[in-house]
Design a binder for this molecule. Sequence first.
Ligand SMILES: [Zn+2]
Length: 489
Amino acid sequence: MTHRSRLQIAITFILGIAATELSAQRPKAADLIARAAHAMGGAAALDSLRNKTVEFNTVVYAVGQEETHLSPARATFSFGRTLTDYAGVRQMGTTESRAVTGATARLRRVTLSTMSMVETNGALQMDGPNVSLGLGRAQSLQIEQIVRAAVHHGSGWPVLAPRTLRGELADGVQMLLGPDTVSVWFDRTSALPLASEIVTEDGVFGDRRTTTWYTRWQDAGGVKLPRQIDVDYNGRPQTHTVLTSAAVNQPIEQAQFAIPDSMVARAPRPPAAPPALTVTLVSLSPGIWRAEGGTHHSLVVEQGTGLLLVEGPQSAARTAAVLDTLRSRFSGRPVTGVVMTHHHHDHSGGIRAYQARGIRVIAHHRNVDFVKGIAAARKTKAPDALSRGRPAPPAVGVRDSLVLGSGAGRVVLYPMASAHVEGLLGVWVPSAGAVFTSDVVNPAANQPLPRLGSSELVAFARAVGIAPAKYVGGHGTLVDWPALEAAAR
Ligand SMILES: [Zn+2]
């Protein structure tokens, strides 16, 4: 026997032992769940959990709205109190927060399973139907409810391969809870839940892994609850919450769930089906349109036998709706490119769906890596041509300026300075006398134009030496340029 084959046998033997040990050590899902329930106060205590009152400090990071795609996200700070009534499927919360402008907002929200009302600085308003429709699911995803449901499920759920969390191996169980597939990880020492994870489809992240971390478990009156809860998206902080107090099964004062009759009458009825995405073409000048629909708009420019688009906002569904509209209006004309004004996720969520159709993306040079990252993102929840191996078209970066097309279809792209975001493009369409960009100014009917954004647009026109007649944005109404100049003064 050669030295080498002896070594191979030894390795096989070692690996064999290791594998045997691993499978012997791999715990059963039911045991992990039972141990966690016991550590949290016992299955009976979880079953008798009727309500939970917490006081909290929280920061919410605006992931997807950073200054550059690699900048830390900006946080909003708030504090408040939430009463979650599991038995009655309702919730009441008060929060006080300060916006980036320094303005204080005091909110009180009463959410029932049928309707939801919010009071903002004393003014009452009914929420859209999604708030009450989402309540049951949100309650079922609280960790104490996840574990309670898991105890009753039995042992059929798969155990995940152990994973290193906080520097130690943790065991995980993959659970099916209503519409959600939730992976829950348990600490080997305390048996308590460490983290839970849900993977959902996202226009920019592809597979967005939402991880909720549970830290500092303390007794809340018969049931242990985590006193620190952190949520991240693919490792990026989204919220950080500290519970300054937590108590379960407190007597409930019914009056705090009251919604006045005058407000009940205004409750919106949930739609029978989600509204269809419709896109309308509004002519700006010969060969130039704004593709409008909902909150976000794109610019369409006829260039020879093709079409250039500016903005691929929101989602793949929005991209499909825009392309459907263009197909029926301009049969056979291909889209030759899509310009992204900036990286904010609501303005880039539809970009990947263009890339998947082989359509190139033109962006500020700072955002070329971001655009490549969208195309490279792992996407198993909503796989597309790129996830099946189709190469993405190369991303084009704009440094000083870039001219696309000629004649009436000529478009010039320039980097533009704005406090809204670093890495913004301003789009000049000479034949329409129009400047297009997004979020610098969002004109609303009968509202004054903001001074900051107006002066940024005026300074942009002066810097690149153009004399626009109008501003066309990714949101809001069209405005004549003199109105911006007046607002900038
Ligand atoms: Zn933006």
